[in-house]
Design a protein around this ligand. Structure first.
Ligand code: PMT
Length: 401
Protein backbone atom coordinates (compact mmCIF):
# COMPACT_ATOMS: atom_id res chain seq x y z
CA UNK A 1 0.00 0.00 0.00
CA UNK A 2 3.02 2.29 0.43
CA UNK A 3 5.02 1.01 -2.53
CA UNK A 4 4.90 3.41 -5.46
CA UNK A 5 3.07 6.14 -3.55
CA UNK A 6 4.10 9.76 -3.89
CA UNK A 7 4.29 11.09 -0.35
CA UNK A 8 4.87 14.65 0.84
CA UNK A 9 6.15 14.63 4.40
CA UNK A 10 5.70 17.91 6.27
CA UNK A 11 8.03 18.31 9.22
CA UNK A 12 7.16 20.97 11.79
CA UNK A 13 9.32 22.41 14.55
CA UNK A 14 9.35 19.99 17.45
CA UNK A 15 11.98 17.75 18.99
CA UNK A 16 10.14 14.78 17.44
CA UNK A 17 11.45 16.01 14.06
CA UNK A 18 14.24 13.45 14.58
CA UNK A 19 11.63 10.66 14.33
CA UNK A 20 10.57 12.05 10.95
CA UNK A 21 14.03 11.06 9.68
CA UNK A 22 13.31 7.41 10.54
CA UNK A 23 9.87 7.76 8.96
CA UNK A 24 11.40 9.11 5.74
CA UNK A 25 13.86 6.23 5.66
CA UNK A 26 11.18 3.59 6.29
CA UNK A 27 8.76 5.02 3.71
CA UNK A 28 11.56 5.14 1.12
CA UNK A 29 12.58 1.56 1.91
CA UNK A 30 8.95 0.50 1.34
CA UNK A 31 9.14 1.93 -2.18
CA UNK A 32 7.51 5.33 -1.64
CA UNK A 33 8.81 8.46 -3.35
CA UNK A 34 9.12 10.92 -0.47
CA UNK A 35 9.50 14.69 -0.75
CA UNK A 36 10.03 16.58 2.50
CA UNK A 37 8.89 20.09 3.40
CA UNK A 38 10.42 21.55 6.55
CA UNK A 39 9.19 24.59 8.45
CA UNK A 40 11.76 27.16 9.56
CA UNK A 41 11.50 25.89 13.14
CA UNK A 42 11.96 22.26 12.09
CA UNK A 43 15.36 23.22 10.71
CA UNK A 44 16.40 24.18 14.25
CA UNK A 45 16.18 20.50 15.15
CA UNK A 46 17.32 18.64 12.03
CA UNK A 47 19.19 19.72 8.94
CA UNK A 48 17.46 19.59 5.52
CA UNK A 49 20.48 17.65 4.29
CA UNK A 50 19.48 14.69 6.51
CA UNK A 51 16.09 14.45 4.80
CA UNK A 52 17.63 15.01 1.38
CA UNK A 53 20.02 12.09 1.93
CA UNK A 54 17.28 9.80 3.30
CA UNK A 55 14.67 10.64 0.67
CA UNK A 56 17.09 11.18 -2.23
CA UNK A 57 14.98 14.20 -3.16
CA UNK A 58 15.50 17.93 -2.69
CA UNK A 59 13.98 19.30 0.51
CA UNK A 60 11.57 22.25 0.40
CA UNK A 61 11.96 24.99 3.01
CA UNK A 62 10.97 28.25 1.32
CA UNK A 63 7.84 29.08 -0.70
CA UNK A 64 9.80 31.52 -2.85
CA UNK A 65 12.71 29.22 -3.61
CA UNK A 66 11.40 28.37 -7.09
CA UNK A 67 13.85 25.86 -8.50
CA UNK A 68 12.06 25.44 -11.85
CA UNK A 69 10.78 28.62 -13.55
CA UNK A 70 8.20 26.59 -15.50
CA UNK A 71 6.43 25.56 -12.28
CA UNK A 72 5.12 27.04 -9.05
CA UNK A 73 6.76 24.80 -6.49
CA UNK A 74 4.04 24.57 -3.82
CA UNK A 75 1.25 23.94 -6.35
CA UNK A 76 3.34 21.42 -8.23
CA UNK A 77 4.14 19.56 -5.02
CA UNK A 78 0.52 19.73 -3.83
CA UNK A 79 -0.67 18.19 -7.12
CA UNK A 80 2.11 15.60 -7.17
CA UNK A 81 1.24 14.04 -3.79
CA UNK A 82 -0.92 10.94 -3.38
CA UNK A 83 -0.52 11.19 0.36
CA UNK A 84 0.43 14.12 2.61
CA UNK A 85 1.78 13.34 6.08
CA UNK A 86 2.60 15.92 8.74
CA UNK A 87 4.88 14.41 11.38
CA UNK A 88 5.47 15.91 13.82
CA UNK A 89 2.49 18.27 13.67
CA UNK A 90 2.85 21.01 16.27
CA UNK A 91 -0.03 22.92 17.89
CA UNK A 92 1.02 25.84 15.70
CA UNK A 93 0.77 24.00 12.39
CA UNK A 94 -2.55 22.39 13.39
CA UNK A 95 -3.88 25.84 14.29
CA UNK A 96 -2.71 27.28 11.00
CA UNK A 97 -4.46 24.63 8.90
CA UNK A 98 -7.66 24.95 10.95
CA UNK A 99 -7.54 28.71 10.47
CA UNK A 100 -6.75 28.49 6.74
CA UNK A 101 -3.44 30.30 7.20
CA UNK A 102 -0.85 29.83 4.46
CA UNK A 103 2.33 31.69 5.35
CA UNK A 104 5.12 29.22 4.62
CA UNK A 105 5.94 26.34 2.27
CA UNK A 106 4.27 23.67 4.43
CA UNK A 107 0.99 25.51 5.04
CA UNK A 108 0.63 26.81 1.46
CA UNK A 109 1.26 23.36 -0.03
CA UNK A 110 -1.12 21.76 2.42
CA UNK A 111 -3.93 24.15 1.61
CA UNK A 112 -3.42 23.54 -2.10
CA UNK A 113 -3.36 19.75 -2.00
CA UNK A 114 -6.20 17.36 -2.74
CA UNK A 115 -4.20 14.41 -1.44
CA UNK A 116 -5.21 12.49 1.63
CA UNK A 117 -3.72 14.16 4.69
CA UNK A 118 -2.50 12.32 7.79
CA UNK A 119 -1.57 14.42 10.81
CA UNK A 120 0.60 12.97 13.57
CA UNK A 121 0.63 15.51 16.43
CA UNK A 122 3.48 15.84 18.93
CA UNK A 123 3.56 18.40 21.72
CA UNK A 124 3.47 18.92 25.46
CA UNK A 125 0.67 17.10 27.27
CA UNK A 126 -1.06 20.32 28.39
CA UNK A 127 -0.77 21.86 24.93
CA UNK A 128 -2.36 18.74 23.47
CA UNK A 129 -5.26 18.97 25.94
CA UNK A 130 -5.77 22.73 25.39
CA UNK A 131 -9.32 23.48 24.18
CA UNK A 132 -7.95 25.48 21.22
CA UNK A 133 -5.89 22.53 19.99
CA UNK A 134 -8.75 20.08 20.67
CA UNK A 135 -11.19 22.33 18.81
CA UNK A 136 -8.81 22.69 15.85
CA UNK A 137 -8.30 18.93 15.63
CA UNK A 138 -12.05 18.33 15.79
CA UNK A 139 -12.54 20.82 12.98
CA UNK A 140 -9.87 19.20 10.82
CA UNK A 141 -11.23 15.73 11.49
CA UNK A 142 -14.68 16.85 10.36
CA UNK A 143 -13.07 18.15 7.14
CA UNK A 144 -11.66 14.69 6.47
CA UNK A 145 -8.09 15.03 7.78
CA UNK A 146 -6.93 11.85 9.48
CA UNK A 147 -5.15 11.95 12.81
CA UNK A 148 -2.55 9.51 14.04
CA UNK A 149 -2.87 9.98 17.76
CA UNK A 150 0.23 10.61 19.83
CA UNK A 151 1.32 8.00 22.33
CA UNK A 152 1.66 8.44 26.08
CA UNK A 153 4.90 8.40 28.00
CA UNK A 154 7.79 10.56 29.10
CA UNK A 155 7.89 13.67 26.92
CA UNK A 156 11.00 15.64 25.99
CA UNK A 157 9.69 18.51 28.13
CA UNK A 158 9.89 16.28 31.22
CA UNK A 159 6.13 15.71 31.61
CA UNK A 160 4.60 12.26 31.44
CA UNK A 161 1.42 12.02 29.38
CA UNK A 162 -0.08 12.11 25.91
CA UNK A 163 1.84 14.06 23.31
CA UNK A 164 4.67 11.82 22.12
CA UNK A 165 4.83 11.42 18.33
CA UNK A 166 3.67 7.94 17.39
CA UNK A 167 6.54 5.64 16.40
CA UNK A 168 7.45 5.72 12.68
CA UNK A 169 6.54 2.00 12.26
CA UNK A 170 3.09 2.67 13.74
CA UNK A 171 2.55 5.78 11.55
CA UNK A 172 3.40 3.67 8.50
CA UNK A 173 1.07 0.88 9.65
CA UNK A 174 -1.84 3.29 10.16
CA UNK A 175 -1.32 4.81 6.70
CA UNK A 176 -0.93 1.41 5.02
CA UNK A 177 -4.05 -0.04 6.70
CA UNK A 178 -6.03 3.08 5.90
CA UNK A 179 -4.96 2.96 2.26
CA UNK A 180 -5.87 -0.72 2.11
CA UNK A 181 -9.31 -0.06 3.60
CA UNK A 182 -9.90 2.97 1.44
CA UNK A 183 -11.27 1.09 -1.50
CA UNK A 184 -13.11 -1.72 0.27
CA UNK A 185 -16.48 -0.05 -0.22
CA UNK A 186 -15.62 1.95 -3.32
CA UNK A 187 -18.66 2.45 -5.52
CA UNK A 188 -21.03 1.05 -2.88
CA UNK A 189 -24.04 2.98 -1.67
CA UNK A 190 -24.37 2.77 2.09
CA UNK A 191 -27.35 3.97 4.12
CA UNK A 192 -26.96 4.37 7.87
CA UNK A 193 -29.48 5.37 10.51
CA UNK A 194 -28.14 7.01 13.66
CA UNK A 195 -29.22 8.54 16.94
CA UNK A 196 -32.48 8.46 18.87
CA UNK A 197 -35.98 9.42 17.83
CA UNK A 198 -38.19 11.93 19.64
CA UNK A 199 -41.87 11.15 20.07
CA UNK A 200 -43.77 14.28 20.96
CA UNK A 201 -46.52 14.54 23.56
CA UNK A 202 -47.10 18.29 23.23
CA UNK A 203 -44.96 21.26 22.03
CA UNK A 204 -42.80 20.96 25.16
CA UNK A 205 -42.54 17.29 26.10
CA UNK A 206 -41.40 14.17 24.30
CA UNK A 207 -40.26 10.57 24.78
CA UNK A 208 -36.73 9.69 23.68
CA UNK A 209 -33.73 7.54 24.70
CA UNK A 210 -30.02 7.91 25.51
CA UNK A 211 -28.60 7.38 22.01
CA UNK A 212 -26.01 10.07 21.22
CA UNK A 213 -25.61 9.05 17.57
CA UNK A 214 -21.87 8.42 18.04
CA UNK A 215 -22.00 4.82 16.83
CA UNK A 216 -24.00 5.65 13.71
CA UNK A 217 -21.84 8.70 12.92
CA UNK A 218 -18.67 6.62 13.37
CA UNK A 219 -20.03 4.08 10.90
CA UNK A 220 -20.91 6.84 8.41
CA UNK A 221 -17.50 8.45 8.74
CA UNK A 222 -15.58 5.17 8.35
CA UNK A 223 -17.74 4.00 5.43
CA UNK A 224 -17.00 7.28 3.61
CA UNK A 225 -13.27 6.79 4.24
CA UNK A 226 -13.60 3.32 2.72
CA UNK A 227 -14.87 4.89 -0.50
CA UNK A 228 -18.62 4.39 -0.06
CA UNK A 229 -21.27 6.89 -1.10
CA UNK A 230 -22.87 7.38 2.30
CA UNK A 231 -26.27 8.72 3.26
CA UNK A 232 -27.11 9.00 6.93
CA UNK A 233 -30.59 9.41 8.33
CA UNK A 234 -30.11 10.91 11.76
CA UNK A 235 -32.37 11.51 14.70
CA UNK A 236 -31.80 14.65 16.81
CA UNK A 237 -28.15 14.62 17.93
CA UNK A 238 -25.47 17.14 18.69
CA UNK A 239 -22.75 15.92 16.30
CA UNK A 240 -21.05 17.35 13.24
CA UNK A 241 -21.70 15.64 9.93
CA UNK A 242 -18.67 13.53 8.95
CA UNK A 243 -16.80 14.51 5.78
CA UNK A 244 -18.30 13.26 2.51
CA UNK A 245 -21.53 12.06 4.15
CA UNK A 246 -24.97 13.14 2.97
CA UNK A 247 -27.14 13.76 6.03
CA UNK A 248 -30.92 13.69 6.31
CA UNK A 249 -32.27 14.92 9.65
CA UNK A 250 -35.45 13.47 11.11
CA UNK A 251 -37.12 13.61 14.48
CA UNK A 252 -39.71 10.89 14.96
CA UNK A 253 -39.76 7.14 14.22
CA UNK A 254 -42.36 7.83 11.55
CA UNK A 255 -40.11 10.36 9.76
CA UNK A 256 -37.19 7.94 10.00
CA UNK A 257 -39.38 5.20 8.56
CA UNK A 258 -40.37 7.37 5.59
CA UNK A 259 -36.80 8.42 4.77
CA UNK A 260 -35.33 4.94 5.15
CA UNK A 261 -38.02 3.39 2.96
CA UNK A 262 -37.57 6.15 0.33
CA UNK A 263 -33.79 5.71 0.16
CA UNK A 264 -33.71 1.93 0.52
CA UNK A 265 -34.16 0.64 -3.08
CA UNK A 266 -30.91 2.17 -4.40
CA UNK A 267 -28.63 0.98 -1.55
CA UNK A 268 -26.02 -1.79 -1.46
CA UNK A 269 -25.63 -1.77 2.33
CA UNK A 270 -28.01 -0.58 5.04
CA UNK A 271 -27.01 -0.36 8.69
CA UNK A 272 -29.60 0.50 11.34
CA UNK A 273 -27.64 1.84 14.30
CA UNK A 274 -30.43 4.18 15.38
CA UNK A 275 -32.30 3.59 18.62
CA UNK A 276 -35.86 3.94 17.37
CA UNK A 277 -38.79 4.40 19.74
CA UNK A 278 -40.99 1.31 19.86
CA UNK A 279 -43.96 3.33 21.11
CA UNK A 280 -45.32 6.84 20.60
CA UNK A 281 -48.21 8.73 22.23
CA UNK A 282 -51.55 8.10 20.52
CA UNK A 283 -52.51 11.75 20.89
CA UNK A 284 -50.09 14.63 20.29
CA UNK A 285 -51.41 17.86 21.77
CA UNK A 286 -51.06 21.14 19.82
CA UNK A 287 -50.93 23.14 23.06
CA UNK A 288 -49.09 22.50 26.31
CA UNK A 289 -50.83 19.87 28.48
CA UNK A 290 -51.87 21.51 31.73
CA UNK A 291 -51.28 19.61 34.94
CA UNK A 292 -54.27 18.34 36.87
CA UNK A 293 -54.93 16.68 40.22
CA UNK A 294 -53.78 13.04 40.46
CA UNK A 295 -51.63 10.94 38.17
CA UNK A 296 -51.36 10.91 34.42
CA UNK A 297 -51.67 8.03 31.98
CA UNK A 298 -50.47 8.51 28.41
CA UNK A 299 -51.75 5.98 25.93
CA UNK A 300 -49.02 4.76 23.61
CA UNK A 301 -49.15 2.90 20.30
CA UNK A 302 -46.52 0.88 18.45
CA UNK A 303 -44.33 2.63 15.89
CA UNK A 304 -43.46 0.92 12.61
CA UNK A 305 -40.58 -1.52 12.96
CA UNK A 306 -38.42 0.03 10.25
CA UNK A 307 -35.82 -2.72 10.19
CA UNK A 308 -38.42 -5.44 9.93
CA UNK A 309 -40.02 -3.64 6.98
CA UNK A 310 -36.60 -3.26 5.29
CA UNK A 311 -36.03 -7.00 5.82
CA UNK A 312 -39.39 -7.72 4.20
CA UNK A 313 -38.63 -5.50 1.19
CA UNK A 314 -35.05 -6.71 0.80
CA UNK A 315 -33.88 -7.45 -2.76
CA UNK A 316 -30.09 -7.33 -2.99
CA UNK A 317 -29.24 -5.05 -0.03
CA UNK A 318 -26.89 -6.25 2.69
CA UNK A 319 -28.98 -5.44 5.75
CA UNK A 320 -27.42 -5.00 9.18
CA UNK A 321 -29.27 -4.33 12.43
CA UNK A 322 -28.11 -3.41 15.90
CA UNK A 323 -29.45 -4.82 19.15
CA UNK A 324 -29.15 -3.08 22.48
CA UNK A 325 -29.97 -5.54 25.24
CA UNK A 326 -29.52 -5.67 29.00
CA UNK A 327 -30.06 -9.43 29.47
CA UNK A 328 -29.82 -12.52 27.22
CA UNK A 329 -28.25 -10.29 24.61
CA UNK A 330 -26.98 -13.13 22.39
CA UNK A 331 -30.31 -14.95 22.41
CA UNK A 332 -32.38 -11.82 21.73
CA UNK A 333 -29.88 -10.61 19.13
CA UNK A 334 -29.97 -13.89 17.22
CA UNK A 335 -33.77 -13.83 17.28
CA UNK A 336 -33.77 -10.32 15.72
CA UNK A 337 -31.33 -11.50 13.03
CA UNK A 338 -33.80 -14.17 11.92
CA UNK A 339 -37.11 -12.37 12.55
CA UNK A 340 -36.04 -9.24 10.66
CA UNK A 341 -34.40 -11.13 7.76
CA UNK A 342 -30.98 -9.54 8.35
CA UNK A 343 -27.60 -10.40 6.88
CA UNK A 344 -25.90 -9.55 10.14
CA UNK A 345 -26.56 -8.11 13.56
CA UNK A 346 -24.34 -6.13 15.90
CA UNK A 347 -25.19 -6.89 19.51
CA UNK A 348 -24.32 -4.46 22.32
CA UNK A 349 -24.43 -5.67 25.87
CA UNK A 350 -25.22 -2.22 27.13
CA UNK A 351 -24.60 -3.14 30.76
CA UNK A 352 -20.92 -3.74 30.01
CA UNK A 353 -18.57 -0.88 30.98
CA UNK A 354 -17.73 1.31 28.00
CA UNK A 355 -20.45 -0.18 25.79
CA UNK A 356 -23.58 1.21 24.22
CA UNK A 357 -25.33 4.53 24.67
CA UNK A 358 -23.44 7.82 24.89
CA UNK A 359 -19.93 6.41 25.34
CA UNK A 360 -17.04 7.05 22.93
CA UNK A 361 -16.28 3.33 23.09
CA UNK A 362 -18.24 0.16 22.50
CA UNK A 363 -18.04 -3.61 22.97
CA UNK A 364 -20.04 -5.61 20.46
CA UNK A 365 -20.59 -9.03 18.96
CA UNK A 366 -21.09 -9.23 15.20
CA UNK A 367 -23.05 -12.25 13.98
CA UNK A 368 -23.76 -12.96 10.33
CA UNK A 369 -26.71 -14.92 8.97
CA UNK A 370 -24.57 -18.09 8.77
CA UNK A 371 -24.00 -17.88 12.53
CA UNK A 372 -20.32 -16.81 12.30
CA UNK A 373 -19.44 -14.79 15.37
CA UNK A 374 -16.90 -11.98 15.66
CA UNK A 375 -16.31 -10.57 19.13
CA UNK A 376 -15.13 -6.94 19.08
CA UNK A 377 -13.49 -5.96 22.34
CA UNK A 378 -13.61 -2.56 24.05
CA UNK A 379 -12.40 0.06 21.53
CA UNK A 380 -13.26 3.52 20.25
CA UNK A 381 -16.52 3.59 18.28
CA UNK A 382 -14.55 4.59 15.16
CA UNK A 383 -12.41 1.45 15.46
CA UNK A 384 -15.47 -0.73 16.13
CA UNK A 385 -17.14 0.89 13.10
CA UNK A 386 -14.19 0.10 10.88
CA UNK A 387 -14.18 -3.54 12.08
CA UNK A 388 -17.94 -3.84 11.45
CA UNK A 389 -17.46 -2.43 7.94
CA UNK A 390 -14.62 -4.90 7.30
CA UNK A 391 -17.00 -7.74 8.17
CA UNK A 392 -19.69 -6.24 5.94
CA UNK A 393 -17.18 -5.96 3.05
CA UNK A 394 -16.33 -9.65 3.52
CA UNK A 395 -20.04 -10.46 3.52
CA UNK A 396 -20.56 -8.49 0.31
CA UNK A 397 -17.65 -10.25 -1.34
CA UNK A 398 -18.91 -13.70 -0.30
CA UNK A 399 -22.37 -12.83 -1.62
CA UNK A 400 -20.95 -11.81 -5.02
CA UNK A 401 -18.53 -14.81 -5.39
O1 PMT B 1 -25.92 6.37 19.64
P1 PMT B 1 -24.90 5.90 20.66
O2 PMT B 1 -24.94 6.70 21.93
O3 PMT B 1 -23.52 5.84 20.06
O4 PMT B 1 -25.26 4.42 21.08
C1 PMT B 1 -25.22 3.38 20.15
C2 PMT B 1 -26.43 2.45 20.25
C3 PMT B 1 -26.36 1.66 21.55
C4 PMT B 1 -27.73 3.24 20.17
C5 PMT B 1 -26.37 1.50 19.00
O5 PMT B 1 -25.17 0.87 18.98
C6 PMT B 1 -27.50 0.49 19.02
O6 PMT B 1 -27.42 -0.55 19.61
N1 PMT B 1 -28.59 0.82 18.30
C7 PMT B 1 -29.82 0.04 18.30
C8 PMT B 1 -30.58 0.27 19.56
C9 PMT B 1 -31.94 -0.35 19.50
O7 PMT B 1 -32.90 0.31 19.30
O8 PMT B 1 -31.93 -1.64 19.61
P2 PMT B 1 -33.31 -2.52 19.55
O9 PMT B 1 -32.87 -3.84 20.03
O10 PMT B 1 -34.42 -1.84 20.26
O11 PMT B 1 -33.67 -2.56 18.01
C10 PMT B 1 -33.12 -3.55 17.14
C11 PMT B 1 -32.95 -3.00 15.74
O12 PMT B 1 -34.24 -2.67 15.20
C12 PMT B 1 -32.11 -1.76 15.65
O13 PMT B 1 -31.30 -1.86 14.50
C13 PMT B 1 -33.13 -0.64 15.52
O14 PMT B 1 -32.61 0.45 14.73
C14 PMT B 1 -34.26 -1.33 14.76
N2 PMT B 1 -35.60 -0.77 15.06
C15 PMT B 1 -36.12 -0.82 16.32
C16 PMT B 1 -37.39 -0.34 16.53
C17 PMT B 1 -38.12 0.22 15.45
N3 PMT B 1 -39.33 0.71 15.62
N4 PMT B 1 -37.57 0.25 14.23
C18 PMT B 1 -36.34 -0.23 14.02
O15 PMT B 1 -35.82 -0.19 12.89
Amino acid sequence: MINGKKIVLGVAGGIAAYKACALTSKLTQQGADVKVIMTENAQQFVSPLTFQALSRNPVFTDTFDEKDSAKIAHIDLADWADIFVIAPATANVIGKIAGGIADDMLSTTLLATEAEVYIAPAMNVHMYAHPAVMENMKKLEAWGYKFIEPGSGLLACGYVGKGRLEEPEEIMKVIATDQENKNLLKGKKVLISAGPTKERVDPIRYFTNHSSGKMGFALASEAAKMGAEVTMVSGPVNLETPARVKRVDVESAEQMYEEMIRLYPEQDVVIKAAAVADYRPVVVYDEKMKKKQGGLTIEMERTNDILKELGRRKTSQFLVGFAAETINHMEYGRKKLVDKNLDAIVINNIKETGAGFGADTNVVTYINKFGDIKEMELAKKTDIASKILDEISKGLKEASD
